[in-house]
Structure formats: C-alpha cells, structure tokens
Design a protein around this ligand. Structure first.
Ligand SMILES: [Zn+2]
Ligand SMILES: [Zn+2]
Length: 136
C-alpha cells in the first residue's frame, strides 16, 4: 500500500521504496498496460501544512506500435510531484491514488517501436522491419 499517515512524516522527511502491483493502487491491466510491478521511490516532506511528494515510478509498459502494429514492451521511469494540503493530524497521504490518476490521464496515444520503424506495406501487408515487400 502507498498510504502514509501524516504523523509519520516528520520535518526530516519520509523515504519510501516499494514494489507494488497495479491492483494495489486500484488499476487493472485493461486500463493501463503495465507488465511488471511498479517500482516506487518517494520522498515525502512536510512544510507547514503541506506535504510535498517527489515520486519516481519505474515499470515496464506494454505498447502497440502505431506504424507496424507489433506489440512491444519498454521500461519507463516517470517523475511525479504532488502537493497535499494537511487538514488534520489524522490525515493519510494516498500516494497510490495520485499515481493511479496520473497513469490513467497519461496513456500515450501514438507510440513507435523504434523511430526508424518501417511499418507495414500497404500492398502485401509485410512487416517491413522483419521481412521484404513481396509486391513485385
Ligand atoms: Zn513499429
Ligand atoms: Zn508489399
């Protein structure tokens, strides 16, 4: 779980290093194609009535190339920053929920397996990255 009670966050900050499954932050593979646990590193710092969270999330994401339609996976690291207003000493900071929203809002729409991807021949359907066009 990625929930932290305010009382655990001292002025010295709280360092968190955890591997979490997608389901632990309320996501399913249908929503976001992630093929490894999320490796989360976070530093939570309290300044007066604000908790500042600097979060790094590492995971292997699955994609379909927009040009050749091949399925591929790529390791990606994301840096996230959140501010939480502290309303009461009983508050709990839910970092997992912030990560969940971020991941849903930032699903890439158009991804290429490589910037030199040659795509698919419109004539014969050959994947030109791995085979030759058979059109002639
Ligand atoms: Zn491709
Ligand atoms: Zn062809």
């Amino acid at each position: 779980m990625l929930k932290f009670p305010i009382k655990d966050i001292t002025s010295a900050g709280l360092n968190v290093s955890q591997d979490v499954e997608l389901s632990e932050i309320g996501l399913s593979q249908q929503e976001v194609d992630v093929r490894s646990p999320l490796s989360v590193n976070a530093v939570l710092t309290r300044v007066d009535n604000t908790v500042i969270a600097d979060v790094t999330v590492n995971a292997e994401y699955g994609y379909q190339c927009a040009r050749c339609l091949e399925d591929f996976a790529r390791q990606k690291s994301r840096e996230l920053h959140f501010d939480f207003e502290v309303a009461s000493p009983m508050d709990v900071i839910d970092v997992g929920e912030e990560i969940r929203q971020e991941m849903i809002l930032n699903i890439p729409q158009r991804v290429l397996c490589s910037k030199d991807c040659k795509g698919i021949c419109a004539g014969c359907g050959a994947n030109l990255n791995i085979e030759k066009c058979k059109c002639q």
